[in-house]
Each structure stands twice: as structure tokens, then as C-alpha cells.
Design a protein around this ligand. Sequence first.
Ligand SMILES: Nc1ncnc2c1ncn2[C@@H]1O[C@H](COP(=O)(O)OP(=O)(O)OP(=O)(O)O)[C@@H](O)[C@H]1O
Ligand SMILES: [Mg+2]
Length: 258
Amino acid sequence: MGKVIAICNPKGGTAKTSTAVNLACAFTTINKKVLLVDFDPQRSASVALGYEYADVEHNIATCIFDNVPIDKCITPYLKGGFDVVLSSDDLVALPTELKERVNPHLALYDTLKPIVDKYDYIIIDTPATLNFITQCALCACDYLLITVSCDLFAIDSMYALIDKYASIKIEGLAHCNLVGIIRTLYDKDQPLSKAISFELEQSFKELLFKTCISYNQKISESSSAACPILIYDRTSTASIEYLSLCGEFIKKIRKLAN
Ligand SMILES: Nc1ncnc2c1ncn2[C@@H]1O[C@H](COP(=O)(O)OP(=O)(O)OP(=O)(O)O)[C@@H](O)[C@H]1O
Ligand SMILES: [Mg+2]
């Protein structure tokens, strides 16, 4: 059974997209079959992999709005060895487009259902909001992974996300488990970064990944080169940290299943 992972934090710039593309790459290093779904109308994951809007005929918006079958929307990202469903800025109209639909929250869940078992992992990159788009992603996933950049606003927005996650679970709309919180953009030379990291350790214990993704200029360089760090420089510290996140993630979900 394929596992669907949503990567969320309603604050902008917490490395959701970087984590989504690099976790996808990391899974391929252990021969897993992976699909990355760009569910952000800003198209950050699509851009991060070097895709132009006109490169494909169909995307996640045409799939949901025009009932284009999901397999027609899948593009192989050959450099990375995984598949992608690209996004479109049209996705911003999701709430209005689904106004008449029964169970609109399940739009992405229903869309992915036919292909979920063709993959080991399906990773959903989400936008920097807690709006309906993110809620659809929460309802579509089995596992929620929260990225927290080591700054105060990212922690506030993480709590808002956890509240929303809890409330949609209570309403019976979502079935996902919070798999954990990954610290990103961690700077060991910044006292604030260290203090926040320590606070997260105290507050979240087992829920916090031991792996920390450090602040690393190479990640910005790889973004400018429209390439995941694991392809841009496989031996960099950042690549090693993303591989470590991948290993820890697999261990955590095994534990959750027992
Ligand atoms: N570990 C890191 N070290 C340095 N720069 C990083 C790191 N991780 C991400 N970045 C850079 O920070 C910026 C934001 O990262 P990213 O786009 O992954 O965040 P995001 O949470 O997806 O943002 P948004 O909320 O806008 O979708 C990008 O320019 C990216 O290259
Ligand atoms: Mg993003």
C-alpha cells in the first residue's frame, strides 16, 4: 500500500518544498517508487525541478477541475528517478471550483486513489497557508510531516497547523498521523536558532526528528540551479542530512504501524 505524505507549515519559507523534492530523491536512493505532487498554486516544486508552465499539458488543477485522469498528469522527472504531478496557478480557485461537490475536502484524496498503490511513497508539497488547499492535502495524506525553520513565527504557525490537523481529525475528515516535526534552516552559530531547537526538543520529544536540516548555502545554490541538492551535490552535508531524514522517517512510520 503506497504511503501518502503531506509536507506542511502555513508559514512561508520553512523549507517545505526543499524537503519535498529532496525526500523524494532520498527515497529513490533506496529504490522506492516515488510520486511528488505539487499542490501549491505558486508551483514552487515544479519550478524547483526546472519545469516551465508550458512543459506539460495537464497538471493537478486540470486533473481536479476537468476530470483529466491522474495518470495523464504524471511526468517522469528523469534526473531524479521519480514521477511528478506539476501544479498550476489555477489551483488557487480550488474552493470555488469545488463549491457544488459533495465532500470537497476529499478532492485530492479521490484524485490520488487510483494510483496510490503504484507507488511506495507519494509526497505532497503544500502552500504557505492553512486554507482549503492545505486542508485538502491533510485529508489526502496518511502522514503529516511538519517543517519548522528555527524561528519564532514558524513555531506559532506550527501550533496553528497542529490545531487544524486535530480539528479535521475530530470531524472525521482526515485519517492521517502526525509523523513528526523536522527542524530546518538550523544555524548552530545563531543563539536564537539553538534556543528554538532546544525548546522543540523539550516540547515534542519523540515527535521531533533527531535529524536537523542545517542552514546551508548549497541548498540556495541548488534552488537557483533548479535541481534538488541530492542531485546537485550528493556528498554535501545537506544531502547527507536529507538521507538521514529519509531513514528516520521510515523508522518512525514502521513504529506507528506497530
Ligand atoms: N537548509 C537550507 N539552507 C539554506 N537555504 C535553504 C534551506 N532550505 C531551504 N532553503 C532556501 O530557503 C528558501 C525557502 O525554501 P522552500 O521554498 O523550500 O520553503 P517553503 O516552505 O516551501 O516556502 P513557501 O512557503 O514559500 O512554499 C528557498 O530559497 C530555499 O532555497
Ligand atoms: Mg514551497
